[in-house]
Design a protein around this ligand. Structure first.
Ligand code: GLC
Ligand code: MN
Length: 267
């Protein structure tokens, strides 16, 4: 694999997503990949968090935040997400795979570097739009400059980077190699449903490569739908010293109760 490749993720607006990035980092390591990991951080990410991520092998890269051009942000967590566009600024890499800090990787995904830019998987709600949590990108500052110029005028249907990027790139009309299978960006609820359903489990579970914990973050809230045992299994390998029996039981229970509902519904 080319030396000028990297897996890239980001934390901005403080340390809230550090557990996500640690878990993603660990999951990538466990796939046996040799491709380096780069974490984009904004200046408000604490020295302690940087030290933790650095020790785990993330190469830290400080970037300038990009404010949300819409004042009326739908969700508070979208206030800083446009900073993600800084991925295009990584001119010293030919190709990167961007992964949201709330994703985990279940098997080696190095084959993504054979995909053209921009490649991404469909969004869960709007399948004619791509989800911007997993993207194959060929960085080019000139592209970022064009994006920044269009920020004020292009509509973002979700008030975040995803809506903007879908206006900027005509992904749906692009050739098939640009459209990744959903297995590269599987919504946690869909993953949980597949895991709980006996027929789907047999046929689909082994093919899933990336799970995306969008909306409900395992380290921030107890799951109201589905569960997060899989995520905690990886997190506990990062932080065995925090391994709390009560927490494991709680998350096992979330999975168990959801699985029961699915098994009743699907016979
Ligand atoms: C969705 C995407 C995420 C993106 C956000 C804002 O939550 O999964 O990657 O940053 O929308 O557009
Ligand atoms: Mn996400």
């Amino acid at each position: 694999m080319d030396a000028r490749t990297a897996y890239v993720s980001m934390i901005c607006g403080g340390d809230a997503y550090v557990p996500g990035l640690e878990t993603l980092g660990r999951s990538l390591l466990e796939t046996g990949t040799r491709i380096p990991r780069v974490a984009l951080v904004t200046r408000d990410v604490s020295p302690g968090a940087r030290a933790k991520l650095g020790a785990q092998g993330w190469r830290l890269r400080e970037v300038e935040p990009i404010g949300n051009p819409r004042g009326d942000v739908l969700l508070p967590r979208f206030a800083n997400v446009f900073t993600k566009l800084r991925v295009w600024e990584l001119d010293d890499y030919d190709k990167v795979v961007f992964l949201d800090a709330d994703t985990i990787v279940l098997q080696n995904i190095d084959e993504l570097f054979d995909r053209p830019s921009l490649a991404a998987a469909p969004d869960f709600l709007l399948p004619d739009r791509f989800n911007s949590g997993v993207m194959v990108v060929e960085p080019a500052s000139a592209v970022l400059a064009k994006m920044l110029a269009r920020l004020p005028e292009l509509m973002s249907y979700d008030g975040g980077d995803q809506g903007f990027l879908n206006e900027f790139f005509d992904w749906y009309a692009s050739p098939p190699e640009h459209r990744l299978p959903a297995a590269y960006n599987t919504h946690q609820f869909i993953f949980q449903f597949i895991a709980a359903h006996h027929l789907l489990r047999e046929r689909l579970l082994g093919g899933i490569k990336i799970v995306h914990y969008t909306v409900q973050k395992p380290w921030r809230e107890v799951a109201i739908v589905g569960g997060s045992q899989l995520w905690w299994d990886v997190y506990d390998r990062v932080h065995p010293e925090q391994l709390a029996a009560w927490r494991r039981q709680l998350h096992a229970l979330e999975d168990w109760s959801f699985n029961r509902v699915v098994s009743v519904l699907t016979g």
